[in-house]
Structure formats: structure tokens, C-alpha cells
Design a protein around this ligand. Structure first.
Ligand code: C2E
Ligand code: MG
Ligand code: MG
Ligand code: MG
Length: 287
């Protein structure tokens, strides 16, 4: 009897141990079919000029429309895609869709806006990165000047010299580069000086406490000064309250995005929210 119970216990324990692994294998196979079945899509979050409050750009954010589970956020499948070697496919699907959409929007409107797309460290490791991005720009017809790639400090960490080389290839295409989540990683100021950047993105964690913590306000002010002295545009992410927009504007921060302005939304909703009024005005002008 005891032996039997022990056996069952072992079996149970073993199953528990494997539950995480099993769930991961399941999700990986689902992600593979999501790629095949075109379940990956792009949401867009607007970016505004803090002085004029004008729309200046959008950040493209990956979403997985799962047939049973619904909308899956990138934090559950981007790290998995990176681990399983699927990030190149996922990254190029998202970039292609976003470039296509932005080429269409900019083609329809006079005011041109920028498209920011996230790049994972693994993508920066591939030798053919610049070539494949150049192909995507050509096939979608998006002007390279309107594309901005967001890298993180971790992109530069493993092989800084190679990263700088890859980023220079991207710059040569006319693409702009932004350092995402600035201040949360481990990169040194020595690399910041060497990287061909155009923009610094102040991380949400410093924006969160802006109106309460003098330390956070001091960090935001310092990052803005640092960015400007290096001739970089500075954008803040994750603004949830008006007071944060007011303080950052006073501090001289150039741009901002966050739930206070808008959450990431589908392309259809984005056009409805931001471009419909324009189209209506234009139609009235034409009458
Ligand atoms: P990120 O690039 O720093 O993107 C900003 C994240 O903060 C987005 O989450 C956005 O929805 C969220 N956010 C923006 N404003 C606010 C706010 O006011 N409050 C709060 N609480 N959150 C806000 P999301 O879309 O879940 O993306 C998470 C991360 O996933 C991104 O962080 C990025 O690192 C990664 N990611 C998303 N799409 C892609 C992609 O296409 N490729 C790669 N490599 N990574 C991606
Ligand atoms: Mg980003
Ligand atoms: Mg960010
Ligand atoms: Mg962040």
C-alpha cells in the first residue's frame, strides 16, 4: 500500500514539475501556428509633441489574436519567440504590417508621422538585419525617414562593437534609432556616446513617481538635459496623469506617450480616433 502511494506521489510530483514545461511547449506550438495562420497583429499608441500636443508618431506594439484565448500581450509571447528562435519571423511580420499601415496613412495625409517599432536584442544579432529591413521598406513603400527602431540597453550589452556596426548600417538606410526604457538597463554612458542614436525614451518607472518623488523628477530632468546635450530628442513613456505631462513639458521633454493620452489600439480604431475628423474637414473644404 505504502509503495503504491509513494508511486502515485512520485507520479503527481513529476506531473507538477512538468506543467510549466508542458504549457510552454503548448504555447510554442500555438505560436508557430499563429505565425502560419496570420494571428499576429499590430496595435498603435500615439506619441505627441508636449508643447503643441500635436500627434507626431505612433509606437507599433505586437498583439496575438488567439482564436480561444483572445488578445495576448507581447510579454507572454515575445520572450518565448526569442527563446525558441521565432523572433525573426515575428519581428518581420510586425515590422511589415506596421510599415504597410504607416505607408498607407502617410500616403493619405499631408502631416507625416513617424512609426516606432521595437527591435529585440536577438534581431540585432543577425547579419542580414539591415538587408531584410531595407527589403521591407521597399516592398511596403514606407519612407525610411519615417521609421524609427527602438532598441534597449540589452541589445548593446553582449557585443557592443557589433551592435554599433549593425546600428550604423540601419542609420545608413535613413532609419532613426531610439533607446527604449532608458535608465533601466546596464549600458554605460561611454556606449551612449558611441551609439548612433536619435532619441532617448525615459522609462515609465521614472515617470510613475514624477509628481511625488523628487528623485524621479531629478532623474527625468537629468535625462532630458543629457539627451539634449547629445542632440537627441527626448520622449517619455507611460504617462497616466495630466500632471506628469505638465511637469515633463516644463522640464523641456519633447514628446510623450501613455494611457493619459491613449492606450494602444487597433489600426481601425486609430484611424477613426485620429484621422476621421481630418478627412471630414477635407471633404467639407472640397465642397
Ligand atoms: P515597450 O516598448 O516599452 O512598450 C511600452 C509598453 O507600455 C506597452 O506595453 C504599452 O502598452 C505600455 N504602456 C504605454 N503607456 C502606458 C501607460 O500609461 N501605463 C501603462 N501601465 N502601460 C503603458 P505592451 O504593448 O504590452 O508591450 C510590452 C513590451 O513588449 C514592449 O515594451 C516591448 O518591449 C515588447 N514588444 C511589444 N511589441 C514588440 C515587437 O513587435 N517586437 C519586440 N521585439 N518587442 C515588442
Ligand atoms: Mg518600445
Ligand atoms: Mg518602452
Ligand atoms: Mg518601459
Amino acid at each position: 500500500q505504502a509503495k503504491k502511494a509513494g508511486g502515485n506521489t512520485f507520479h503527481f510530483y513529476n506531473r507538477l514539475m512538468n506543467q510549466d514545461t508542458l504549457a510552454k511547449i503548448q504555447l510554442e506550438s500555438e505560436l508557430r501556428s499563429a505565425i502560419q495562420q496570420d494571428q499576429l497583429t499590430v496595435y498603435y499608441q500615439p506619441q505627441f509633441d508636449l508643447k503643441t500636443r500635436k500627434l507626431v508618431g505612433v509606437e507599433a506594439l505586437a498583439r496575438w489574436i488567439h482564436p480561444e484565448k483572445g488578445l495576448i500581450p507581447p510579454c507572454t509571447f515575445i520572450p518565448l519567440a526569442e527563446e525558441k528562435g521565432l523572433i525573426h519571423q515575428v519581428g518581420s511580420i510586425i515590422l511589415t504590417k506596421a510599415c504597410q499601415q504607416m505607408a498607407q496613412w502617410n500616403g493619405e495625409r499631408e502631416a507625416q508621422i513617424a512609426l516606432a517599432v521595437n527591435l529585440s536584442a536577438k534581431q540585432l544579432n543577425t547579419p542580414e538585419l539591415a538587408g531584410s529591413i531595407s527589403d521591407i521598406l521597399h516592398t511596403t513603400g514606407l519612407n525610411a525617414q519615417h521609421l524609427e527602431l527602438e532598441i534597449t540597453e540589452s541589445c548593446v550589452l553582449s557585443d557592443p562593437e557589433d551592435a554599433i556596426h549593425k546600428l550604423e548600417q540601419l542609420k545608413a538606410l535613413g532609419i532613426r534609432l531610439a533607446m527604449d526604457d532608458f535608465g533601466t538597463g546596464y549600458s554605460s554612458l561611454a556606449y551612449l556616446k558611441k551609439l548612433p542614436l536619435d532619441k532617448l525614451k525615459i522609462d515609465k518607472s521614472f515617470v510613475d513617481g514624477l509628481e511625488i518623488n523628487p528623485e524621479d523628477a531629478a532623474i527625468c530632468q537629468a535625462v532630458i538635459a543629457l539627451g539634449h546635450s547629445l542632440n537627441l530628442t527626448v520622449i517619455a513613456e507611460g504617462l497616466e496623469h495630466e500632471v506628469q505631462a505638465t511637469i515633463l513639458a516644463e522640464q523641456g521633454c519633447d514628446q510623450a506617450q501613455g494611457y493619459f493620452f491613449a492606450k494602444p489600439i487597433s489600426a481601425e480604431n486609430f484611424a477613426r480616433c485620429y484621422f476621421k475628423k481630418e478627412r471630414k474637414l477635407k471633404q467639407e473644404e472640397n465642397i
